[in-house]
Design a binder for this molecule. Structure first.
Ligand code: ATP
Ligand code: MG
Length: 294
């Protein structure tokens, strides 16, 4: 069966000062139209590299990516990317940042007034209608991120690629944006690949969670179906046994099966020191938050 987006046998070796480095090996992932996929894994495992290969920004050393029957070999407007640090052009207003992308994509297909309506419509989706003519330096980080998402959506891409889109935001703003994204997703059914470090975010938003193994030669460790009905509400889910089971499975993968090599080394060292001391009860704790993977 043909899949909408087919990432097959992707591997990549990059040049570094100390010689070639194999970042990814045998990455296989088939994604259907309208699926929302989260990529999760420890820092440095290769999540952004996967996303950049799908975006056409990096070329795979082996394997490749096929999107709706066409091989991906360069960046294109059918794959919009939303970065962690809202890459807005600082000299353009909120409206103009989105309009620039819309003109590029819809040149010759929409009239000027259709384009204007489309820009305004997408900014309304992310609740930014009140700030159309503000400059990026006049709005908050969360608002900039909303504009970045509006720009991505306005391009009507075949796949929306998001690299930790809410990673730089405070918890409350992040929750608001997650809710907006779920609302938008209910209406538009976009095909999305989103990288996140946040386990709750992954479970709340995704149809499937793709969990990556640690590098070098990272790959896909496990894929988890998130078969929770939609619409999803964070407060109700907090007490939902099935939600919590899925959440546990992700945490188990990250902290038992794929323990962060750096934190494992710290623990080993601390345990060694504890053995040498008289106080045998002093076991080094893991000081990471239990819901963040890096
Ligand atoms: N162009 C490059 N040159 C050298 N090494 C690279 C390059 N791109 C990626 N790497 C290496 O590949 C590995 C994966 O990097 P990547 O940025 O994909 O990780 P990540 O999972 O996105 O991490 P994070 O969660 O910290 O963003 C890392 O070890 C990184 O140093
Ligand atoms: Mg990354």
């Amino acid at each position: 069966m043909k899949h909408y987006l087919d990432i097959s046998n992707v591997g990549i070796e990059v040049k570094t000062d100390s010689g070639p480095f194999r970042a990814l090996q045998d990455v296989n992932l088939k994604i259907d139209k309208g699926e929302f996929i989260s990529l999760i894994g420890h820092s440095g495992c290769g999540k952004s590299t996967v996303l950049n290969i799908v975006a056409g920004l990096y070329g795979a050393t082996e394997g490749g990516v096929i999107l709706e029957g066409r091989e991906v070999d360069e960046p294109g407007p059918d794959r919009a990317v939303v970065f962690q640090n809202h890459a807005l052009l600082p000299w353009l207003s909120v409206y103009e940042n989105v309009a620039l992308a819309v003109r590029e994509v819809f040149k010759g297909r929409k009239t000027r007034s259709e384009m204007r309506d489309w820009v305004e419509h997408n900014l309304a989706l992310v609740h930014m209608s009140h700030a159309l003519h503000k400059m990026p330096h006049e709005i908050s980080g969360g608002m900039k991120q909303r504009v970045g998402i509006a720009r991505g959506l306005a391009m009507e891409p075949k796949v929306l690629l998001m690299d930790e889109p809410f990673g730089a935001l405070d918890a409350l703003t992040r929750a608001h944006l997650q809710d907006s994204l779920m609302e938008i997703q209910n209406d538009l059914d976009n095909t999305v690949i989103m990288i996140t470090h946040d386990v709750d975010e992954a479970v709340l938003l995704s149809d499937r969670i793709v969990m990556m193994t640690n590098g070098p030669a990272a790959g896909i460790g496990e894929v988890l179906d998130v078969d929770l009905p939609r619409p999803r509400h964070r407060l109700e889910l907090a007490e939902d046994a099935h939600y919590n089971r899925i959440r546990q499975q992700v945490l188990k993968f990250l902290y038992e099966k794929q323990r962060n090599p750096a934190s494992a080394a710290v623990e080993n060292q601390a345990q060694g020191e504890a053995k040498n001391s008289e106080n045998r009860d002093g076991v080094a704790g893991d000081d990471r938050k239990d819901d963040e993977a890096a």
